[in-house]
Design a protein around this ligand. Sequence first.
Ligand SMILES: [Zn+2]
Length: 504
Amino acid sequence: MPEPLDPCPAPDLVLTSARQPGDDLCSDIYLRAGTVSAIVPSRHSAVAFRAATQVVDLKGRYVIPGLWDEHVHMTQWAMTSNRLDLSGAGSALEAAAVVGSHLARISGEDSAPEAVPTLVGAGFRDAVWADVPSLDLLDGVTHGRPTALISHDLHCVWLNSAAAQRYGVPVGAGGLLREEPAFAVTRELGRLPDRVVDPWVQAAGQAAAARGVVGIVDFEMTWNRDAWLRRISGGFAALRVEAGVYPQDLDRAVAEGLRSGQPVAASGGLLTVGPLKVLIDGSLNTRTAYCVDPYPNGGHGLLTVSGPELLALLVRAREAGFVPAVHAIGDAANRVALDAFEAAGIGGRVEHAQFVRSEDFARFGRLGVTASVQPAHALDDRDAAEANWPGQTDRAFPLRSLVAAGATLALGSDAPVAPLDPWTAMSAATARARQDGRGPWHAEQALTRQEALTASARGRGRLRVGDPADLAVLDGDPLTVSDAVFAAMPVAATLVAGKFTHGG
Ligand SMILES: [Zn+2]
């Protein structure tokens, strides 16, 4: 009989009767000063944890390293929950009908016309509609109420005449804005007072913690550091946040001495400077993803930053200590991004990597470029992908091919494009199907459950001594539950730095 182990000094919290996925026997997990200080077989540790200030019996539940969502637009996500959902509209006509009946329901608010808030809708997918949006169609159902509808991938905004006038933007008969003009109006729509938005962000953070999330990389298109410091000083403690920086703010970031990975003072350890986000192409849904072969209706999409411009930016990032995160969706954009990483002699991340030439798969691992992927998009976009890249979708959302070629994956949602729920992302990555009976899409590109968990936890496949005490407690074994349970995994508790952010 071995001596009881005595992990000194005394832990702050002991989680007893915990199991790691795949383990038959239970362990007791000792947490101290925000880290995992010991993992001891349960039958050996009865004496040692008496000094703990808190003991929680997990009753055989499963413990995994806490989950990260590597690509979030947090303010957009928080606001989405307050916007009219158009994701179910199968046509422009249906979307207009949803807007019309919503306005009929809320009619009776009578304030002065200039004080009426813009009605904001989100989530429409015009790429798969048989009809086309138009100004007249939206004007016909909105009766002068300013209305702005944002596409599910955020690259397109459909306005009515009143909204076009309110925001001072010229729109054609289609009422549509794409790319930068669409982003500009979206930013305008997001200009709500902090006192309105911060509680929404707080609630969204809490909801994420309830899904086992311990951290996010926030790519909101703004100067994120100060917004997060304000929220944290106002009590936000649900998640760790890495705050992304955009090129327009790089001078300021450098002048203030920021670099990727640096903890931000006065954030209680929750806030870190994130990557430098650079967008170089558009999206699949709007056919602006930059592709080698032309789209069926012509054009190769948009390259919004040239190869030489990107190289100059990556060299600058390297010198300033920033990890570049390059948004590249089309295969030509991915090639441009990888070429720039190679020439700059710096690793980093490609955000999305949705469509990749097979000869580029192995370059990710070789160049130290993480593929930051959003598996739920594969299922959202399967029809658009088949339409735009016919006969080539075997290398669309090529998760298995990337892993097989040595790439490191980091999973995320791109919320609000997909919900901020890593189980939705991991389910899409592992099953390549929804629970809708439609069957898998390119099942050969699926990840294993363990690979998906590891890619959602910054490379941590299991909890180990010395890790940060960021963990999630699950009601089932994520390696063996059914696909349906995995997609909606019950999360009993979540801890960040050894403190419960959910359950407990
Ligand atoms: Zn994004």
